[in-house]
Every structure is written in C-alpha cells, then in structure tokens.
Design a protein around this ligand. Sequence first.
Ligand code: HEC
Length: 450
Amino acid sequence: MKKVLCMALILFFIWACQKSNSYTYTKDIAPILLENCTPCHQPKGAAPFSLINYNQVFRKKNTIVEVTQSGLMPPWPADRDYTHFLGEKYLTAEQKDIIKKWVENGAPEGNYTDLLTQTYHPYVSAIGKPDTTVWFDSILIKGNSRDHFFIATLPIRLNQKKYVRAMEFIPGKNNLVHHMNGRLLNYELDNKASITTGKRLLDLEVDEQSYIQQFNDLKLANDDGSRPAQINSAVNYLPGATGQIYPPGIGGFTINSKSILVADDIHFGPIPQDKWSTGKVNIFFSKTPPNRPIREVMMGTNGESKIIPPLIIPPNQITNHTSFLKIPEDISVLTVNPHMHLLGKSFKAYAINPSGDTIRLVHIPKWDFRWQYFYTFPKMVKIPKGSVIYVDACFDNTKDNPNNPYNPPQQVSERFEFGGAGMRTTDEMLQFIITWLPYQKGDEHISLDL
Ligand code: HEC
C-alpha cells in the first residue's frame, strides 16, 4: 500500500513538474498580462514601460514576479472581500503562481500559434468620437524619481452654452498621470472679461507663501473676486480605466461658453529622466438638457461633515479619525472616492441604515496615496433616508511610514487657506467624495457597466 502511494506521489510530482515546465509566454503569460497589465503598461498607458511583447516582459521578468507576488501590481487598493467595483484588476493565486513558475523555468517564449489575443487594446476613447477636444498645456515632469503634484487649468471657450453628456481625459505620449480629478468652473459672460489671463499650472510641493501666490496667479475667480458656479467631478481619470459614461438619462451637465477646467491634485509618478506630459479632454455634447444630473457630497476636509478628532497628527503617532453624515433623503450612490495624502494608512466607509443594517461602501486596508480611484459600483447602491454614512481613517506619522514626507516626523494637519483647506501634499486631508442621484425606483437594478 505504501509503495503504491509512493509511486502515485512520484507520478504526481512528475506530472506537476511537466505541467509547470510547459508554461510559456504565448500560451499562459500573455493572456494574463493582456487582461491585467497592458491597460497601463502600453505606449500610451499610465505605466512608465510597456509589457506588450515577449522581449519587454522577459526583460522585467524578475520584478514582475516580485510585484505580482507582493500584490503591488496590478494596483487595486480596495478590499475585494468588502465590496466590488467596475474595472477591478487583480490576479488569482493561481495566476500569480503561473507567472512565478514560468520565470523559474527560464521564461520560455512558446509557440505563436498559441497566442489567442495578439494585441493589447490601446488607450483610446471609450465613448466614441468626441464633439470637441481640448488640450492641457504640456507639463515638464522632473526626472528626480519623486512623485509630483500640480493643479493644472484648461480654459475652454465655446460659441454658446451647451449640454455635456460626458467628458473624458486621455493621456498623451509619456503619460505619467496617476490620477486627476477635474472640476469645471462655469463663468457668466459678464462676470469674467478673460479666461486666459491666468497661469495654467500650480506646483503643489511648495511652501505656503508660494502656494498662495501661485493660486492667485491661476485667476480663477470672477472679476469682482466672487466664485463662479462649479461642476464637481466633471471628469475624473484613473490609470488603466477608460472614460466613464453613464446609462442614458444619467449624468451630464451644462457648460457655459466661458469655462475653466481645473485638474485638482493631478499626480505624476516618479521617473528617472525629465519628460513632458501631455493630456487632452474629449467633450461629448448632448442635444437634451441633463435629466438626472449627478450630485456630489464631500465628507471631511472642506466637506459637509467634520473630522473627529480634528485632523492634527502629532509626530511619532498613529491616529484614528472619523466623520459621519446623516442622509436626509433616499439616494442612489454611483461612485465613492476616498482621499488622503502621504500619512494615510487605512480607510473604511459604510452606511448604517435606520434599522441598523450596514451598507458597505469601500475599504482600503493598506492606503497607497499613489492610487486614488473613483470607485464605481456595478449597480447603484441605495442608501435610504435617515441612514448615517461613517468614515473611519487611520494615519501613520511615524518614521515606519516610508511615505512620511518629514524625517524626523513633524506635526502634520490640514491647512486652511482661501476659506478652505489647501491641497499641498505635505499637509494632510481626509476626504470622502460620494457621487449620487436622488433615488428612483429600480435604480439598484441599473447596470453602470456600459
Ligand atoms: C492601473 C495601471 C497599472 C496596471 C493595471 C498595472 N501596472 Fe504595473 N505599474 C503601473 C505604474 C504607474 C507603475 C510605476 C510605478 C508607480 O508609479 O507606482 C508600475 C510599475 C510596475 C513595475 C515596476 C515596479 C518597480 O518597483 O520597479 C512592474 C514590474 C509592473 N508595474 C508590473 C505590472 C504587472 C505584471 C501588471 C499586471 C499583472 C501591472 N504592472 C499592472 C501601473 C499599472
């Protein structure tokens, strides 16, 4: 009996070895990478190098094993055991194992007749042919292997007021944009003589004085100093995700003939050499006015609910903060966006409905400031009237946090300027942005995956 078992084990071992020996790029690896990596790792993608052919992948094979084993790539900070969103990218344990075994075996190329999908999908418009396209000024990204943060503005002049169905950011060559959240400032014709006199770029890594100076130089206010009307989240960009358009009847807004798109907190990843980054915005008009325009509520910094205790993080401490907001009507949630800076450690948001049940929203167990997603639910999530949304966040201001901007650690907090908190990277923020619609019957069955 023992002999038989032994024999069986040996046979199994030989079989297992042969199986792992047979992994090839064309048959096993390319399909995994095409699905999970090339949306970013392609010439126009968000990643600094491509992984679209054997040579490119072979050259990076050891780091590929490292980053897939550690879970760093593909980047998806949200806890998939908590809630699911559109466009999730992840590898199964089996896929990670296949990559590892393939590399251990010398990373063979294989036979090209095995390659089912030959090509990656280049990053183009997900929506179709835009009615008009406007370009941001090119931004020079210094090659000092550090992250860079800016506010960039884009004046848009149209011959008349129009309805917009969607706006979409498309990165250009050398794209290094990690995330971009664009709000649109709509000017009334008489309120602002010129939308093009202001500077187009603000460096967020400067001291307070210079920040204030630079912010004023953007000249975003009306001529009398008042604030123009604003459409929040007119366009959001997340690396690897294609433009967002909602089902007919949902979303859209009006754009005045004079407007400025403000890309807040546009974040570029580290690069070793100077490069110019470009990006354009596709605009899709609509003949009909928006039927159900998307609303936005912000909790925490600059938002409608305060942070408890206030976001002041003493050096060498790990602190927990919470924020909560009561929902006065039935709402349908489309997207959620947790936002913190470099000291963020973890983030969780959920609602508790009036009968005490929890409605899960999002959990980021290990915050990574580099991956700031607007997470879109597969179907809208109903939060009934009287529910309370809670945000629980943890910040790490110790020297064990590799992203700590100060060494030795210093007190870090929100910093208030211009009647709100500024966005310099080295200051902190705790924000939770929810895009929503007043609830209509059946909303929870509408798929947002178009
Ligand atoms: C959402 C976009 C995105 C996806 C999807 C993605 N990457 Fe990346 N990857 C990046 C970016 C951006 C960088 C540059 C490092 C950074 O900025 O964090 C990077 C860096 C890397 C690196 C270099 C890491 C280092 O430490 O030098 C490797 C290797 C890598 N990715 C492999 C992969 C593999 C393999 C996949 C698929 C399993 C993948 N990536 C999926 C965006 C992506």
